[in-house]
Design a protein around this ligand. Sequence first.
Ligand SMILES: *[C@@H]1O[C@H](CO)[C@@H](O)[C@H](O)[C@H]1NC(C)=O
Ligand SMILES: *[C@@H]1O[C@H](CO)[C@@H](O)[C@H](O)[C@H]1NC(C)=O
Length: 201
Amino acid sequence: MKRCLVWKWILLIIFEVVNLSMQIEYQFELEDESIYTNCSNVQPGTLNINGLFDMTHLSTIMKPEGIELSGNMTSVFNAQPSDRIEVTGNLFYFDRGTWQPTTLNMAIKDFCKVMYDEKQLWYKEWAARVTNKDVIKDNCIKEHGTVFLMETYTIKLRFGSSMPLVSGRYTLRIRVFAIDQSGKKRPNDVCYEVKGTFFKI
Ligand SMILES: *[C@@H]1O[C@H](CO)[C@@H](O)[C@H](O)[C@H]1NC(C)=O
Ligand SMILES: *[C@@H]1O[C@H](CO)[C@@H](O)[C@H](O)[C@H]1NC(C)=O
């Protein structure tokens, strides 16, 4: 029952009919100011978020109104400009001490085509905040050394839904792969998780 409701909820988002004026508004409150955590049980060779970006100059600070992000980050992903970037997302729900898979899984076959697409989930609270995007957008995350200059902003992950959503602790597991022109996955793919709590506002 619980999963079914969540599934319906995510479908709303995936099919881009999110509408903040709908009845119920939810907020995803990040658990940790560092935002990104390691995946558990990854295969040897899989890297964490640091395999995607050098975050040395990125600052994330917990403030009373949320996590404030500022600075810049540099692409360090093991990819070539001719590669296709594939991204998958899997949502897990924390239930009685264990992470339970949900049916909420998404696969983005060609991430670079939609990285700065306004309709994507990550646009408002990430891609739109890249202040030099006009200059670097063609690089996507495939050009080693590309610097993403970030606006200083407080992350507010809000979603509207007419479906009731189970409040609680969730983790979103993101995996990023570079696929070369022959269709082979490159080594040093990336896996990281973003943990937080959904609650009704
Ligand atoms: C995350 O993984 C990295 C690389 O394997 C490791 O150095 C680091 O200690 C891990 N962090 C935590 C909190 O386990
Ligand atoms: C990135 O941030 C660091 C630290 O704030 C700064 O010194 C550096 O100039 C920034 N890089 C660019 C390209 O703006």
